[in-house]
Every structure is written in structure tokens, then in C-alpha cells.
Design a protein around this ligand. Structure first.
Ligand SMILES: [Zn+2]
Length: 214
């Protein structure tokens, strides 16, 4: 089973990807992990990627696709995989489709974990971080015993810049511009499945297993 995860930052697609990987016994592949592994092992692709990253440049699509294709060709991917964080753009998606076709493979499902922007902004806005020890909390989902005070060290809790509504909305706008077209792309291929990401983590997962099968 070959699966692509789609969904805005903060929609919880990484969490669902991990659950899918565990239940179906297939690897959870994130591009960040692929980059780190290749650079650490000093592979040719890793060295190439590093020259871009060292200059603060984006790794070009072809190279990202090469890295992903190289990863999905490994033994542990024989029965499938969950791709998380790739593809991000239409050119990447097209390159992936083409590369897989050459290997006689195709993606089975693209799963969109759908959460409205307002919900994501609200979720992120509830996060709090301790200025002293860095511990993280959530006012609704993981509250501290005393409001505004870190359970671990007694430090003061703050809303990080990254979690502020305006920052979160900016990230979401980039996501919509870039990644939303992928939803149309995989819809036209007939493999898009949309799940409601606003419900409980386990209920989201149950909805996913309904079409993936037991
Ligand atoms: Zn603390």
C-alpha cells in the first residue's frame, strides 16, 4: 500500500502517518529523515543535497525526487510506505508519478487530513512554552496544573511567535497556494481520500482505516 499524506501544517497528518505505518507495518517516510540519513551516510545524493542546504538554497525538485525514489526502492518499502511531507508541489508530484511508473508502481491513496484554517489557528494559539526549560503545553489539550506556570520548573509560559495567529495564517496561505493544487491533481487520478481532521485523533484514524481496509 503506497500512501501520500496531504494536509496543512498543524492538521495532524504526521500523527496519522505514524498510526498508519504502525498498523499496516509499512515505513513512515518523511523527507526530513531522508535528507538527514543521506547526509549522515555521505551518499552521492546526500552530498549533492548538502551543497544546496549549506548555501541556504532549496534542494531542487529533481534531487528531492531522486532521494525519495531511492528511499522507496529500499527493501523495507516492498509492501508499501507512507510519504509525509512529499510531494509539496505539482512538479514534484508529476516527477514522482513518472518515476514510479518507470518502476511499474503507482500511489494507491493520497489522504487529505482536512482541517479548516480557523481550527488550526485556534489549536496553535493554545500552545504555550516555558521560557525557562522549553517544556510545551496546550491550554486545552495539555494544560498545566497552575495557569501560566510550568509544571516542571515553575517558569513562566509564553505563546511563541511561531504559534501566533498571524504567523500560523501566513504558513497556511503558503500551504494553500502550493499544496492545494495537489488535491486537484490526485482527485483527477481518482486516488484522493479526504478525512475530517477536526475530530478526535482515533476517530480520524478510524475513518482512514475504513478505506485502507483492515
Ligand atoms: Zn519550565
Amino acid at each position: 500500500m503506497k500512501i501520500i499524506m496531504l494536509g496543512a501544517p498543524g492538521a495532524g497528518k504526521g500523527t496519522q502517518a505514524k498510526k498508519i505505518a504502525a498498523k499496516y507495518g509499512i515505513p513512515h517516510i518523511s523527507t526530513g529523515d531522508i535528507f538527514r540519513a543521506n547526509i549522515k551516510n555521505g551518499t552521492e545524493l546526500g552530498k549533492k543535497a548538502k551543497t544546496y542546504m549549506d548555501q541556504g538554497l532549496l534542494v531542487p525538485d529533481e534531487l528531492v525526487v531522486d532521494l525519495v525514489v531511492d528511499r522507496v526502492n529500499q527493501d523495507d518499502c516492498k509492501n508499501g510506505y507512507v510519504l509525509d511531507g512529499f510531494p509539496r508541489t505539482i512538479p514534484q508530484a508529476e516527477a514522482l508519478t513518472e518515476a514510479l511508473e518507470k518502476m511499474g508502481q503507482k500511489v494507491d491513496f493520497a489522504i487529505d487530513v482536512n482541517v479548516p484554517d480557523e481550527n488550526i489557528v485556534k489549536r496553535m494559539g493554545g500552545r504555550r512554552a516555558c521560557v525557562t526549560c522549553g517544556a510545551t503545553y496546550h491550554m486545552v489539550y495539555a494544560p498545566t496544573k497552575k495557569e501560566g506556570i510550568c509544571d516542571t520548573c515553575g517558569g513562566e509560559l509564553i505563546l511563541r511567535d511561531d504559534d501566533k495567529p498571524e504567523t500560523v495564517q501566513k504558513r497556511l496561505n503558503v500551504y494553500h497556494d502550493q499544496t492545494q493544487p495537489l488535491i486537484d491533481y490526485y482527485t483527477s487520478q481518482g486516488i484522493l481520500r479526504t478525512v475530517d481532521g477536526t475530530v478526535d485523533i482515533d476517530d480520524v484514524f478510524r475513518a482512514i482505516t475504513e478505506f485502507l481496509g483492515a
